[in-house]
Every structure is written in C-alpha cells, then in structure tokens.
Design a protein around this ligand. Structure first.
Ligand code: 2P0
Length: 341
C-alpha cells in the first residue's frame, strides 16, 4: 500500500533536492475565529470542518535554515540548542525529513518566536508555517503559497492558515487525497479590528490539541452536531468579514468557540481547558456588552481568553482588562515579512 504522505510530497517536490542555501522566513501566529476541531484523516491531517482565522501580524516565528556545516542536524529554539532527542527537535526534524525523503542533507534549524512567552499564544501554527517557508527557500523550491500551506498542514493543521497575513480560510475539501483541502487568504483589510489576549494560564496545555480532538471525536455525544454547525459558522464569519459586520462576526465567533468547548466538556471523561478565571473574563465581556460595549470572546485549547473589539472601544477594553495584550493584526508588518539571506 503506497504511503499517502509520500505520494503527496513526491507530487510537489523534485526527486532530488539541491544542497541547501541559508534562508530565513517569518510567519505570523493566528487565532481561529471559526474553529478547527476534529480530523477526517489523521495521516494526511485533514480536518472535519473548514476554519477561518486572523493572523497576528508581527507576532509569530522567524526560522533560519542552513546546511549543517558540522554534518549533523541541529535545532535551536529561542537561542538554546535543543537535544535532538527532545520532543520539539524530533517534531522539527521529522518535518524536515518529509522534504528530504532519505537524502543526506543535514540542516541547522534556528527558530525564534516574536510572541511574548507570557501571552500564552500558541506558536505551533507560526512555527510550522515559518519552517515550511524556510526549508522551501533553502532548497530553492518554487512552491506556491497554496502548496506551502498544504505542506505546513503536516506539521500542524492550524499552520496551514499561518502562511498568510490577515483573514484566512482553510477549506476542508471533500477528496480523500486532500488535494482540495487548502487555505486561502481573504482579500479584506479591516484596519479597526483588534484582539486583546487575556492571559489566564500560560503554562503548556495539559492535553495537546491532537489528543483532545481525538478524544472529543471518539467520546463526545455532542460532537455529532459539530461539523455541520462549524461549517455554517465558517461561512457566516466569511460573509461578516466581507460585509464588515462586526456584530454578526462577533456573535458567531463567540458562539462557535463556546460550542467547541461544549463538545469537549461532553467528552467522557471530561476534557476541560477553561479555568475559573476564564469564566470570570467571559462574564466581564457579557456584562460589557449589556452596557453597550461591543466585545466578543474566543478561546482555544487553553484557558486564555481572546477578546475581539474595534479600535473605537479600545479605552473601555483597556480599563476592563489592564493585563491584556492588544494586537493590531493589520498594522504594518513589512519588517517581519519573508526575506532570504
Ligand atoms: C484552531 N485549534 O482552529 C483550533 C481551535 C485549537 C482550538 O488548531 O493536530 O495544533 O497539529 O492539526 O493545529 C490547534 O490544533 O492541531 C488548533 P494539529 P493544531 O486554531
């Protein structure tokens, strides 16, 4: 039986890679507005539902790839050389192997996050997107952004959205081979759009997303309803972005996140990522809305809360959440765009 992963990489890469050049690339992190939760294929990492995200501008990962002068693979993260047996280095090198396919091309891979550690923002999305761009650049592969996005998916599903800035939709596709499962950038800027990240717990998540998804799909009686609702939410969020309708967008995003957490909470045994302080933040947002401040929440596989609001409400949000990190996703981020060395 041919390996479907091998088939995919053989279809987009040349048989023989050249000696790598030094190359550095940047990719932004992203927050899903319509969430990805559940896979229809574990091997090809295909999602059960489409998702839509906003990239975080200058908050992301910068990765430098070069030929290993000492002839041995090496991985560095935020300035530290990691043992090749560490979980992080193993994941990074296994991903590089998908490109190398048995060829002896040792690499030095140096990654730095521009995301404040204390913000609790996940970085596997930006990490694998930047790694994909950097490896592809180092081997001088002429791949389209759509192909880079598909490749990133093998590192982490949400990485397929981090190939672009701004709003990005990752279409689930229907084909078994995943050739129609690809992300695309929405050509819509929304200069007043803001996100505040409220840190609740910035430790590593207790249950990795992949494990959490598997457990929810396998055991949650509520999960059956998720794919159809999630798909409808994704379409609704895309239409709201198009119409710049912040009310429809915010209401849909918050309901979508709560529905995702509801499927997790109904898992057996329970899968709970939220903490009492998360619920306190949610109450604050709900009370703010009653008082006429348009703010909406979203939560991922962790306890932190992300608040969506418009620049016109910045002062109120800063007062409600003085600990929040405010992100302007459409600020000028040319400094952080991809460049080669
Ligand atoms: C998302 N999350 O859409 C959802 C919402 C977390 C909650 O994508 O298994 O690290 O590597 O494909 O991308 C986090 O999961 O999972 C995620 P894998 P990933 O952002």
């Amino acid at each position: 039986m041919p390996d479907p992963v091998q088939i995919f990489f053989d279809s987009v890469l040349p048989n023989k890679l050249p000696r790598p050049e030094s190359y550095e690339a940047y990719s932004p992190s992203n927050i899903a507005l319509a969430k990805y939760w559940g896979k229809r294929d574990q091997t090809l990492n295909l999602p059960l539902n489409s998702s839509l995200s906003i990239s975080l501008g200058h908050l992301g990962s910068k990765t430098h790839v070069s030929s290993a002068t000492d002839g041995v693979d090496g991985v560095w993260f935020d300035g530290d050389k990691l043992p090749n047996q560490s979980r992080f280095a193993q994941k990074v090198l296994a991903f590089a192997d998908l490109f190398r396919r048995g060829q002896n091309l040792p690499l030095h891979i140096v990654t730095k996050n521009t995301i404040p550690t204390a913000s609790g923002l996940a970085s596997s999305a930006s990490g694998f997107a930047a790694l994909t761009r950097a490896i592809s650049g180092a081997f001088k592969l002429a791949l389209s952004d759509a192909q880079l996005s598909m490749i990133s998916r093998f590192g982490s599903g949400s990485a397929s959205r981090s190939i672009w800035h701004g709003f990005v939709c990752w279409d689930r596709g229907v084909r078994d081979d995943g050739t129609d499962c690809v992300a695309r950038q929405l050509p819509h800027h929304w200069p007043g759009f803001r996100i505040a990240v409220i840190p609740v717990d910035t430790d590593l998540k207790s249950v990795p997303s992949s494990d959490g998804m598997r457990h929810t799909v396998a055991t949650s009686p509520l999960f059956e309803a998720w794919p159809e609702h999630a798909e409808a939410d994704c379409i609704r969020v895309e239409a709201a972005v198009l119409a710049r309708d912040f009310t429809v967008l915010g209401e849909t995003v918050e309901a979508n996140a709560l529905a995702m957490h509801a499927t997790m909470l109904a898992s057996r045994p329970v899968l709970n990522y939220l903490q009492p302080a998360s619920w306190t933040c949610l109450e604050t947002i709900w009370n703010a809305r009653k008082a006429g401040i348009e703010a909406y929440a979203t939560m991922d596989a962790g306890a932190n809360i992300k608040v969506l609001f418009l620049e016109t409400n910045r002062t109120q949000i800063e007062t409600l959440f003085p600990q929040g990190l405010i992100i302007d996703p459409f600020a000028d981020h040319t400094q952080e765009c991809e460049f080669s060395k």
